[in-house]
Design a protein around this ligand. Structure first.
Ligand code: PMP
Length: 387
């Protein structure tokens, strides 16, 4: 007989089409499973098989634990997408971009300074920057909160600051620039791909971080990379990798090479991953926006269509997350309002924003999104009855 499949959490029945009535729509987490159908369509051409004797050594083709062939393909990919300048830059790999965040905080911290470096970000910001900096808190650096507190810092003291800039931003999807304008900035470009944003120009900052998690959707492979201008910063980041994990899993590097080769080969054709990604999220955003537009109680961040150098046309917004706001005075805890309507969100306070905000993921599975939309329609239509 046919193998029986497991139904998604909220569904049951022979063909998983029965929605369990009390089940909550899960809009939490940035698990990029919206790309799963893309890879199902390219199942054979994206498969990697290797024998037991293959890649057993600590050593790799490149110095510092990286596969040169993978590095070359990452440069080709940036060039083909036009989202980052890599000429004359150095590249290091990390176990997810998560590992690189701290490697670069370490690498940018001044040596032998009398006070630890101050690590900051602009709210709303991705919570991991703070969590990680606090866990690894050391003589070299410490978390100092949001950038707006430090706007009057003198130019000389700015040497001692490390600013995270997330562009497009998690949670709200805006393209951001540095607020403090100091010399040590880590640009987190996790979402700077045509799935999620227009690409106005190639990013050209001194320290840039990217991740395969949000590019191909393989969060499980734990693969990220940093593009670094300054050799000294690069050496320190390499040193961190050396004493930490001795580089990224060689198995992962092999898998990611295959995925990037395939994305490059298919890029401008019918099987282009960015067309697929953009279409999927733009459609979800448009559906959700439409529902929210008939509400007086809720709103979403205002994103506009923008010219994209990759698609060579003006494109609609397709953010990874909806940054959802409760407008009514009594709805102080927006995440609780959603939770009552059986929608799981990430509270605004996690991003050091007001509890009137909540983040909803648009990049999970189709089932997750469809249920989210359904629950949202029900919530908004209740408003009509009440008013
Ligand atoms: N930076 C940002 C802005 C993110 O949203 C995420 C994942 N949600 C990461 C970094 C970390 O991703 P990973 O470790 O999977 O590369």
């Amino acid at each position: 007989g046919l193998p029986t499949c497991e139904c998604n959490t909220c569904y049951s029945g022979a063909n998983c089409s029965q929605l369990l009535p009390d089940c909550s729509a899960d809009g939490d987490s940035g698990d990029p499973l919206f790309l799963e159908p893309y890879w199902q369509q390219h199942a054979a051409s994206s498969a990697v098989v290797f024998s037991g004797w293959h890649r057993m050594s600590y050593r790799t083709t490149g110095d510092n634990f990286i596969s040169l062939e993978l590095e070359r393909h990452i440069r080709l990919l940036h060039e083909a997408v036009g989202n980052a300048v890599t000429d004359g830059r150095l590249i290091i790999f990390g176990s997810g971009s998560t590992q690189l965040l701290n490697a670069l905080v370490y690498a940018l911290s001044p040596e032998n300074a009398s006070t630890p470096a101050s690590v900051v970000a602009t709210a709303p910001y991705y919570a991991l920057y703070k969590m990680q900096t606090e866990v690894f808190d050391s003589r070299e650096y410490e978390w100092k909160g949001i950038t707006s507190k430090w706007l009057n810092t003198s130019v000389s003291s700015m040497q001692n600051f490390i600013e995270f800039v997330t562009s497009p931003n998690n949670p709200d999807g805006f393209l951001l620039q540095s607020v403090l304008g100091g010399p040590n900035i880590i640009y987190d470009h996790a979402y700077y791909w045509p799935h999620y944003t227009a690409i106005p120009a190639p990013a050209d900052e001194d320290v840039m971080i990217f991740t395969d998690s949000k590019l191909s959707g393989h969060a499980s492979s734990r693969f990220g990379w940093a593009v670094i201008k300054d050799e000294k910063v690069y050496r320190k980041a390499i040193n961190y990798m050396q004493v930490n994990t001795m580089g990224v899993s060689r198995d992962t590097q092999l898998r990611v090479l295959k995925l990037i080769k395939m994305m490059l080969a298919e890029m401008r054709g019918e099987g282009g991953i960015f067309e697929f990604g953009y279409k999927t999220i733009a459609e979800r955003w448009s559906k959700l926006s439409k529902v929210i537009s008939s509400s007086n109680r809720f709103s979403l961040q205002q994103l506009s269509p923008q010219y994209c150098t990759y698609f060579k046309r003006i494109r609609n917004p397709s953010p990874a997350y909806a940054w959802f706001k409760c407008e009514m005075e009594q709805d102080v805890d927006c995440s609780a309002v959603l939770s009552e309507a059986r929608i799981i969100s990430r509270p605004g306070t996690v991003f050091e924003a007001s509890s009137r905000y909540a983040r909803l993921s648009l990049i999970k599975t189709r089932d997750d999104f469809d249920l989210l939309l359904r629950r949202m329609e029900a919530l908004v239509s209740k408003e009509d009855v009440a008013s």
